[in-house]
Design a binder for this molecule. Structure first.
Ligand SMILES: Cc1ncc(C[n+]2csc(CCOP(=O)(O)OP(=O)(O)O)c2C)c(N)n1
Ligand code: SF4
Length: 283
């Protein structure tokens, strides 16, 4: 029997419908976790049988922010820290679209932190996926608001003396109605949480803990990306519905608590907006 071997260019990836292949190769370092976070989202689209025309992705600047450019849907690579306000404008103009903000911890929580807390407070209808690699990967591994205490970065060569945010706790206390955390070693659960977020209203926040072997793993002697993945395997504990205040995240021997922590119903911003516009019309 003659076996026909397809040329490399003829072999299509089963997610190719969702990828702008003309942008390949991507910029990510080998062992970076952003690709797993992105493909988990693409599998979620595929499994929900979504129409690419009903999705928009907005990113800020950074390695994680490159996702907007790689996914074949309406996408916007905005300025640093401004993905959320851009996405808010888009969702108000196109309320039937599923608007996803996909960006890094520095982009969303440092320069974009103010937008983040107010979007959560308003229960604005967005899905916010935050790749947390504990540093500013793209610009050379500086420390940021999620860098663990005592961690070494290019700007904290003697150890970070600040304390980091616990992102699920921040999101929940600001008002987010769906809050989850997974590592990139949990792609199945991550995909399920993204699917859940795609089916609901209001502000959904999903933190994805991801290795940045270049900016964070190396200076902190974690080893290669595979060693960080082994750490996730040994230390991750799934605790769904735990109070996010108790969701520990340790890089010095403690645990990484993952799971879906918050899922509550509250009127979403778009619902309230529509209701109020109707009231004004009656006046
Ligand atoms: C106004 C402004 N300030 C600073 C920068 C430089 N800058 C680009 S990306 C980045 C940080 C990105 O970090 P993060 O969001 O954690 O993403 P990562 O690269 O780790 O995925 C910074 C500070 C910029 N582009 N614009
Ligand atoms: S610098 Fe870090 S976050 Fe950026 S692509 Fe490399 S591993 Fe990924």
């Amino acid at each position: 029997m003659k076996v026909e071997i397809k040329k490399e260019k003829e072999v299509k990836h089963h997610l190719s419908k969702w990828i702008r292949e003309d942008r390949w190769p991507h910029i990510w370092c080998s062992g970076c976790g952003i690709g797993i976070a992105m493909s988990s989202m693409l599998y979620a689209f595929e499994e929900l049988n979504l129409d690419p025309k009903e999705i928009a992705i907005v990113s800020g600047i950074g390695c994680s922010g490159r996702v907007a450019g790689y996914v074949k849907v309406d996408s916007y690579h905005t300025t640093h820290g401004r993905a959320i306000p851009f996405a808010i404008g888009l969702k108000i103009a196109k309320p039937n679209m599923k608007v996803i903000v996909f960006s890094g911890d520095g982009d969303l929580i440092s320069i974009g932190g103010n937008h983040f807390i107010h979007a959560a407070r308003r229960n604005f209808d967005l899905i916010c996926i935050c790749v947390n690699n504990f540093n500013y990967g793209m610009t050379g591994g500086q420390f940021g608001p999620t860098t663990p205490h005592e961690a070494i970065t290019t700007t904290t060569p003697y150890g970070n003396f600040e304390y980091p945010f616990n992102l699920p706790y921040l999101a929940a206390s600001a008002g987010a109605t769906f809050v989850a955390r997974w590592t990139v070693l949990h792609p199945y659960y991550l995909r399920q949480s993204i699917k859940k977020a795609l089916r609901r209203k209001g502000f959904s926040f999903i933190e994805v803990i991801s290795p940045c072997p270049t900016g964070f793993g190396r200076p902190n002697k974690i080893g290669e990306a595979i060693d960080e993945m082994k750490y996730y395997k040994e230390k991750s504990v799934i605790k769904n519905r735990v109070d996010p205040k108790e969701a520990e995240l340790s890089f010095r021997g403690g645990n990484i608590i993952v799971g879906e922590f918050v899922e509550i119903e509250k009127p979403s911003y778009i619902e309230i907006l529509k209701e109020n516009l109707e009231k004004i019309k009656e006046v």
